[in-house]
Design a protein around this ligand. Structure first.
Ligand code: SF4
Length: 94
């Protein structure tokens, strides 16, 4: 049976800690080009480019893969940490 990536992602569950996102963009250090790359790189589609050319992150569906953390680590543009215990992604493998 063939599944689309969206169907596989839908198998996961997320518990969001409201008001305390674990991935944030530091607007004072934002490297727009690195962040724009994340729009295409993030496997969960957490990054979106706005009409005015800025990039926003909504980490509610984040899989905690760390890709954005690695790509942007030299820029200092991201504040990244694992969610508080009991929150974040719950992977399902069935
Ligand atoms: S850690 Fe991975 S899934 Fe989460 S926002 Fe970064 S690139 Fe996307």
């Amino acid at each position: 049976m063939t599944m689309k990536i969206e169907e596989k992602l839908y198998q996961n569950r997320y518990r969001v800690f409201e008001g305390e996102p674990h991935v944030c963009i530091d607007p004072t250090k934002a490297d727009v080009e690195a962040l724009k790359a994340m729009v295409n790189i993030c496997p969960a589609g957490c990054y979106v480019e706005t009409e005015d050319g800025k990039v926003e992150v909504v980490p509610d569906g984040c899989m905690e893969c760390g890709t954005c953390r690695i790509v942007c680590q030299d820029t200092g543009a991201l504040q990244w940490g694992y969610p508080r215990g009991g929150y974040g992604v719950l992977f399902k493998f069935g």
